[in-house]
Design a protein around this ligand. Structure first.
Ligand code: DAV
Length: 392
């Protein structure tokens, strides 16, 4: 009896030694040890759908035409992604890669058909890591409905290897006609600048409040505090869903004043405790948010403009991707290799800056932050905003 008890105890401690935590990450800056880096392979200019109307006649993709991204562009993007993965590995960070699907295939649910999918370059859009949990976001484009499948081989493995990994998936949305405002694009194109800004001030974009919707890239993680942006792909209902899903966290809603906003990670970027990079052209933070940051000793530093004046062809992101950086630890940060003003700014703040060529990746869905999803960062859940204020 005593021997049996002893053996069981031994087994338990052995389990603890051999099964280490694979998944854990509470913020955007703690030392990164394990990360997913996306792939450009197979990415499509997706077929039109209620939320997406690609129209690039000059590049051979006028409205209604869809198809694979040009081969040359895909090869260059993959080269930069592989190089980025290598840079991370050389720093001792474990890198996993997704398994692309055949994104050119048509898909359907009982509610709709969609003639193509999109790709799997930006894992940040799909996967939200908070502590020991990875959450698959709802997404809000039909073309991205099945994108989570690219990450399933990885998540299945983490689930086997880490007994404390919490694998979650947000409710899959229906994405019926009711999810989208009818005739949104037609109306948008007919609006004056002034009217567009009015829509923007009211956060009046394409998705309705029929069901909770969010992309993971609309969330910025600051330990106990999560800042979530209402956008073209994230609605109030989605923000409310996140609030109920993380009862131990404080979820702050922000909305930036840009015409068709899309993800928070070129707008509000936490760099380390007490320092956050903000976009000077997008006032995501309302007065009350500013007070919250100030009262808790945070410095808001404005990002310089990109050195680029023109985006890559077929790129849906803005030039503010120069802000879309990956923090490796509170002293080390990856920045797009051409973005000298940004590098100089961070150098002034005492960071070691790692230049990473990444511009060719931008048409595939973003920059260095978009192209990654945290699996493991050292550190624990901390409160960086102990002085809360009302109204945010
Ligand atoms: O400014 O276009 C792009 C971020 C994509 N995750 C922007 C935001």
């Amino acid at each position: 009896m005593v021997v049996k008890h002893f053996c069981l105890q031994m087994e338990d401690s052995l389990k603890e030694i051999t099964s280490h935590a694979v998944v854990s990450s509470w913020n955007e800056w703690d030392p990164l040890k394990h990360v997913i880096v996306g792939r450009a392979s197979g990415t499509m200019i997706q077929a039109s759908e209620p939320a997406v109307q690609n129209d690039w006649p000059q590049q051979g993709f006028p409205l209604g035409i869809f198809g694979p991204m040009p081969e040359q562009m895909e090869a260059k993007a993959n080269e930069q992604l592989d190089n980025f993965a290598e840079i991370l590995e050389n720093r001792g960070i474990r890198v996993d890669r997704p398994v692309p699907l055949d994104f050119s295939q048509a898909i359907q649910t009982p509610d709709w058909n969609q003639d193509s999918m999109f790709g799997c370059m930006p894992p940040r859009d799909v996967l939200l890591t908070v502590g020991k949990e990875m959450l698959e976001a709802t997404m809000s484009f039909r073309s991205r409905w099945f994108e989570y499948l690219c990450y399933r081989p990885l998540l299945e493995q983490y689930y086997k290897d880490d007994p404390n990994f919490r694998w979650e998936s947000a409710p899959k949305p229906r994405l019926t006609e009711r999810t989208y405002k009818q005739d949104f694009w037609q109306e948008w194109h007919s609006l004056s600048e002034e009217e567009r800004w009015r829509h923007t001030e009211n956060s009046d974009w394409i998705i309705t409040e029929t069901e909770p919707l969010f992309d993971a890239a609309d969330v910025a993680r600051f330990g106990h505090d999560l800042f979530v942006q209402k956008s073209m792909v994230t609605n109030d209902s989605g923000i409310e869903w996140l609030r109920r899903h993380y009862p131990g966290h404080r979820v702050h809603k922000v909305s930036y004043t840009d015409q068709l906003p899309w993800h928070i990670d070129a707008t509000l970027i936490p760099l380390r405790p007490g320092l956050v990079l903000v976009n000077p052209e997008r006032t995501a933070l309302q007065k009350a948010h500013n007070v919250l940051f100030e009262k808790n000793g945070w410095e808001l530093v404005e990002a310089p403009k990109s050195v680029r004046t023109e985006k890559m062809p077929l790129c849906t992101c803005s030039l503010w991707l120069n802000m879309n950086c990956l923090v490796l630890d509170p002293k080390t940060i990856c920045i797009e290799a051409a973005e000298t003003p940004m590098m100089e700014l961070l150098d002034k703040y005492g960071f070691e800056v790692i230049p990473v060529p990444f511009f060719e990746v931008s048409p595939f869905g973003g920059g260095l932050h978009c192209a990654t999803a945290d699996v493991y960062r050292e550190g624990s859940l901390e409160d960086y905003f102990p002085n809360q204020i009302d109204g945010v």
